[in-house]
Design a binder for this molecule. Sequence first.
Ligand SMILES: *[C@@H]1O[C@H](CO)[C@@H](O)[C@H](O)[C@H]1NC(C)=O
Length: 193
Amino acid sequence: MGKLNLHTIFILCSLLLLAYTSYVSGKTVTPVDKWFKKIKKSSTPKFKIIEFYVQDIVSGEGQTVFPVGYSNISFTSPTNFGITVVADDRVTVGRDPKSPDLARGQGMAALADLEDRVLYLNVVFYFTQGKYKGSSVAVLGRDPMLVNSRELSITGGTGAFRSARGVTWVTNCSPYSPTGYTCFKYTLYFTHF
Ligand SMILES: *[C@@H]1O[C@H](CO)[C@@H](O)[C@H](O)[C@H]1NC(C)=O
């Protein structure tokens, strides 16, 4: 074991100081850091129910849903298997399409069942108005849109809804139209921190 002389002590101290200053200056404290620290101390979930209406327009004026892909059996399979769309739907406070905006429903859906008309749906509801402006909730699930009510997962969230987990109950508030306009009512039940 070598002897500790003044010279090696000086070098060790310099290295430690250098490591410490680069650690401090390199670390940016983000809002997520602060939130994570807070929930580490007290992680009581908040329970939330939010209701809104999704205005889904597949063709014509104000179209918000656009096909982006097909499979080679999309037009021969009884369920149009593989048709994939990307949507940026208006999300409103009320059922009426003229009702004020609340959010956007941005995501993808694919017909993903060989036997029934069922969508695999993956959509982020991004709030553009009100007290949740800038926050989002992610919804993922199997969506049999011809069944009048169904349940999808809530898999996550950002901003006011960080760590969201729950389910959303979806009903059609106008007759389902795969080529025109349909209104969907979403009621989200979730916990977040
Ligand atoms: C679709 O494509 C796959 C190969 O990717 C092929 O095996 C299959 O026979 C095709 N089906 C039809 C109906 O063309």
